[in-house]
Design a protein around this ligand. Sequence first.
Ligand code: 3QA
Length: 229
Amino acid sequence: MKIAIMGAMVEEITPLLEKFGHYETTQFADNKFYTLKYKNINLTIAYSKIGKVNAALTAGILINRFGAQKLLFSGVAGAVDEALHIGDLIAASSLAQHDLDITVFGHPYGFVPESKVFIKSDEKLLKIAHETADALGLTLKEGVIATGDQFICDGAKKEWIKETFNASAIEMEGAAVAFVCEALRVPFFILRSISDAADAQAGFDFNEFLQSSSKISADFIAAMLDRMV
Ligand code: 3QA
């Protein structure tokens, strides 16, 4: 079984590289891909760099060049749902692009012709995630994750995204990964741990909690992997 684990920033995958210790590094498309064998799994780990274009490129390479048959994303996000606090875990039930706007032609936000607004995460991977949370005694929330090429640090913008997409959390890569995986028929799972509340304080909180929340997410993904071997 070939599995890929992806993050956007180096901080998001460092806990995983440290956990596995040994890996081979391959350079491709101005990026680095870390491959290793873990039990019966051929694992490739990479961080894409920030944003939807980078995320789509890396997801495509993980699938087409490294042969990933499942893709797990680990990282941090801004909370939209007030019930989500720093360090909490949220799994995407579905994902949408909040910055995609051709509404002047009568289409809903996040929609382009021949596509759709929301992409659903793989049910089997969501089930494994909930089993993992139960086994560890952790709370794993599930909700819509909204993605766009903007670091949201503004209450009004956050409210708009919440209302328009019924989103629980926002970030900058998840929906890009989801669309690539859906088109290439690869089951995916997007996990985020909250680093900030996407409000006026978000820049400060993000810097403060990037590392700790990245670790919470990465540890959970590693535990999930152990249920998949
Ligand atoms: C933010 C990272 C990007 O990959 C998306 C973090 C956490 N809080 C968010 C928010 N709005 C949107 N996304 C997020 N990730 C990149 S900017 C910081 C780069 O600094 C999720 C996320 N409120 C690098 C050093 O210069």
